[in-house]
Design a protein around this ligand. Sequence first.
Ligand code: VG1
Ligand code: CO
Length: 543
Amino acid sequence: MNTNKITTQAFNDQKPGTSGLRKKVKVFQQTNYLENFVQSVFHVAENIKGETLVLGGDGRYYNKQAIQIILKMAAANGIAKVLVGQNGLLSTPAVSALIRQHKAAGGIILSASHNPGGPNADFGIKFNINNGGPAPTPFTDAVYEYSQHISSYDMVDSADIDLDALGQINIGDMLVEIIDPVTEYAELMSHLFDFNSIKAMFDSGFTMRFDAMHAITGPYAMEIIENILGAEPGTVINAEPLEDFGGGHPDPNLVHAHELVSLLSNESTHSFGAASDGDGDRNMIIGKNFFVTPSDSLAIMAANAHLLPGYKSGLSGVARSMPTSAAVDRVAEKLGIECYETPTGWKFFGNLLDDNKITLCGEESFGSGSDHVREKDGLWAVLFWLNLIAIKKQSVAKIVTDHWAHFGQNYYCRHDYEAIDSQIADDLMLHLVNSLDDLQGQSFGNYRIENCDNFSYTDPVDNSISSNQGIRLLFSDGSRIVYRLSGTGTEGATLRVYIEKFEADVSQQNGETQNVLSDLIEIANNVAQIKTRTGRMDPDVIT
Ligand code: VG1
Ligand code: CO
């Protein structure tokens, strides 16, 4: 089989963001665009020559074409074996699990996660290293650097292969194994959770709905929740992965998973609702007319993990991303374990997990996970909650309100201003950085800024420093305001503002989150001059 060296010209916009390279499909479809990036990855990940690679994606538009291109390039770049999910499908956590189980040198995930799919929507590509987690910043920086002056890439001359048929096939000297995307992942879950007690709960009439949002978790949830655990047929809705996710945003929040939310109204006969995102790493947990914030979910998991088979010896420590509420910090304090605060993005949890400094970790953006993989894991979180409900035999609302009664409540919300002009967004952030000295010690009504900074993280394992990770205003009563720009958007800039207030005695306050936080929200707007600078009167999304 011929290997060709194909001449190319560099693109200057291949800098990976929070979670790999995300662009419009049309950008990826430019001649050599995907190829350049893949060659840059193979160049930096030299150690994958002669090794195994895991490859799959969330099934969005351009997934299959990209897989055929990557396979031909992998063969030309000396990779010995590629494990590919059938039909090109693999969830992000399943890729992470497969890398670990098969001692692969890395994996490539094709997804733009919760961003919409289709010819006019988004595509993405991400490289994970041999621990199963997203490549760390020095790696992605090196990929970007190489992509800026790449002049050729390698590709074998070969026909496309059939991605639908399980089994093995060769491309040149490289072996391709098409595997069932679900089997090994389901096996892993069965060791972490007490499937028998969850099954018994379904057998006794417990019902739930899981919204796969026409994304990757459909096949996983069908197999695990309906087939293995015996939930009634129809439990998994929107189960079929579609290239455009049925036209929706595969983003599990109250806005985009409204179908699920309406199925869990007060009159509902179901006790539990859950949803996952495009690539299966996010989760939303709801009870009957009751939303569990992701930050609370993480804290509740930490407080109860020892009750579940996979975590019965307790937690070594926990971690949360900086903007995530401090609810889990209070649990860690009571458990007497360390709580680490990392920058946004799962790659920062990798070292802590590898070094056994933490067992559980999570982000406010509907992500949680544990040391079983090196990605956040949507279905894992859903099974965690199901197992917890089976043990406690209580409603979601009762579990959460009991938690608040014991630990206090962190009122929390995030305001997103999407697709604002990049220059305006950069100026707004710069203005905040320049205001830090003046803000220190300033009072706004009852709130006084005790401390403020531009968050910088020193990795406790390798001592690497990640600076410029978001502006934090820390108030004397424990309230916080955080500002940062998204690293996953594909249009202009997205400003995220995170607002949090702690209430130790929950009987004192019973308001709606937006009301409890209203003073802080106003402070957040004024300090950053959001309205005057962006011209936006309200956020696009509130979560
Ligand atoms: C967002 C979230 C972040 C998450 C990232 C990838 O990043 O805020 O917590 O890790 O998405 O998640 P940003 O930079 O846009 O705020 V996923 O499920 O989209 O891969
Ligand atoms: Co995702």
